[in-house]
Write a protein that binds this ligand. Structure first.
Ligand SMILES: [Zn+2]
Length: 191
């Protein structure tokens, strides 16, 4: 897959409409500047290979919105591999947007709402909430290192995720996206 970052900085991310954001992103997407993540060819002749539908669930205007979007896969002319194009709003293999998960975690750590109220607000199960919380804490520690992890609160870290290049740097470092579950094919080897 090809991940594209740096877009959320430029907009008022809290008010974004996920489907509009995605459609705008794909309209402006130009594959020619991306290297192939598989064979590292610098300027392959990218060809549109196929499209597949997936859900993109976002929290907008105080409600959960279920969008159906069409993700495009491009094929590298050099190695023949195909890659899905995913902007940072999408978490690979998850239907919920990156911002959706961050909002849930933020509500949890700010302690302003109970767990059951949060689950009702976002229409998620308690186990989903705890899975996201654990993954967040694990990846926070992975990214910050044990020492810094102790001094930087979850809320501080959450906010830094939205205003820095952390999500992109995390992806470059670990080959997985922040808040994506680990897979057996992950290339990351813990230090
Ligand atoms: Zn290639």
């Amino acid at each position: 897959m090809i991940r594209v970052f740096k877009l959320l900085f430029k907009i008022n991310f809290k008010n974004i409409l996920a489907k509009d954001f995605f459609l705008q992103f794909m309209k402006n997407f130009n594959p020619s500047k991306y290297i192939c993540p598989n064979c590292k060819a610098k300027h392959p002749d990218w060809k549109k290979y196929c499209q597949y539908n997936r859900y993109l669930i976002n929290y907008e205007n105080e409600s959960v919105v279920y969008n159906l979007i069409s993700v495009t896969r491009y094929q590298c002319s050099s190695c023949g591999r195909t890659h899905a194009i995913l902007p940072e709003l999408i978490v690979p293999y998850r239907s919920y947007t990156f911002l959706f998960i961050l909002q849930v975690i933020k509500d949890y750590f700010s302690k302003s709402l109970t767990v059951s109220t949060i689950c009702e607000k976002y229409n998620i199960s308690v186990s989903t909430l705890y899975t996201w919380k654990s993954l967040f804490l694990l990846q926070k520690k992975l990214w910050l290192g044990l020492l810094k992890d102790i001094y930087i609160s979850s809320i501080q870290f959450l906010e830094s995720l939205l205003f820095t290049h952390y999500p992109q740097e995390f992806f470059l470092m670990t080959a997985i996206s922040f808040l994506q579950s680990y897979t057996k094919t992950s290339k990351y080897n813990p230090p």
